[in-house]
Design a protein around this ligand. Structure first.
Ligand code: GDP
Ligand code: MG
Length: 297
């Protein structure tokens, strides 16, 4: 199962010195249980970071309080070492009253910023381990309607602290047309609510190809994703990762079938370094300034 992930895409990821030494990438996955978060992470990294469960009893998994759980893995590719940490918040959105289910998540993001700030203020700070949250992938239930109050409240709570990437979970349960409409309604909500989501930046020095590929990527936000590490028999008879239905096969890695490839491009292949930089230069700096101001420094 251990296949190519693509984070060591060096020409596009510019911070080479730190990359050669090895680097951390930490991201949060948030969404109600059963939306395919663990499966999607396994699909992104092509390994079983989350063991597949045999039989699922969703009611047994539901819990009323939100917990914070992390899994880590060291992955090496083209001589580049990535220390990956995925942070999960099981229980989020599962209670009857979810009015404060974002609190443990905010606390986790803050405490990772605080830990960095503390390390920075020490005299010997040559090797600060970067445990800050570089991105948060938020899973939207594929209702086909619009965002729920919890989605909006949560995103508004975190959008100034993290690079927010909303995705439509299990998009194979919607038709192409439903996805298009749903995406539009989600974007409308995001705009009217003033929610900041991460968008890949373009630079003046970028060539036309980079700009076009970036625009293509942007036009797909919020990505409609499908996860699966199971192999099914594809159109040409060869095995592909996907989900099989009586009416046909959904191929995870096929850009015409879903936006999984685009999510991987944004999160790992082309913009991982950008996500880390934005966290360090903008999100953390904002946090730090605010914190010091509140302390009267
Ligand atoms: P989590 O609770 O959000 O971590 O969800 P899991 O990854 O454990 O998945 C919950 C169930 O949904 C499992 O039975 C998965 O096989 C299934 N599942 C995961 N991803 C998808 C998807 O993209 N489409 C569909 N139809 N089912 C999925
Ligand atoms: Mg899970």
């Amino acid at each position: 199962l251990n296949g190519y992930v693509g984070f060591a895409n060096l020409p596009k990821q510019w911070h080479r010195k730190s990359i050669r030494r090895g680097f951390n990438f930490n991201f949060f996955i948030v969404g109600e249980s059963g939306l395919g978060k663990s499966t999607l992470v396994n699909t992104l990294f092509n390994r079983e970071l989350y063991p597949q469960k045999e039989v699922r009893d969703p009611s047994a998994e539901k819990q009323t309080n939100v917990k914070i759980e992390t899994v880590s893995a060291d992955i090496e590719e083209n001589g580049v070492k990535l220390h990956l940490t995925v942070i999960d918040a099981p229980g989020f959105g599962d209670a009857i009253n979810n009015s404060d289910s974002w609190e443990p998540i905010i606390e986790e993001i803050n405490s990772r910023f605080d830990q960095y700030l503390e390390a920075e203020t020490k005299i010997n700070r040559t090797t600060i381990i970067d445990n800050r949250v570089h991105s948060l992938v938020y899973f939207i239930e594929p209702t086909g309607h619009s965002l729920k109050p919890l989605d909006i409240t949560f995103m508004k709570k975190v959008h100034t602290k993290v690079n927010l990437i909303p995705v439509i979970a299990k998009s194979d349960t919607l038709t192409e047309e439903e996805i298009a409409d749903f995406k539009q309604r989600i974007l409308d909500d995001i705009n009217t609510q003033g929610i900041n989501i991460f968008r890949p930046p373009t630079y003046e020095k970028d060539d036309e190809e980079t700009i076009l590929s970036c625009q293509e990527l942007m036009s797909r936000i919020p990505f409609a994703v499908v996860g699966s590490t199971d192999e099914v028999s594809g159109k040409d008879g060869n095995n592909v990762r996907g989900r099989a239905y009586p009416w046909g096969i959904i191929e995870v890695d096929n850009e015409d079938h879903c936006d999984f490839v685009r999510l991987r491009q944004l999160l790992i292949r082309d913009y991982l370094e950008e996500l880390r930089e934005t966290t360090a230069k903008k999100l953390y700096e904002n946090y730090r300034t605010e914190k010091l101001r509140n302390m009267g420094i």
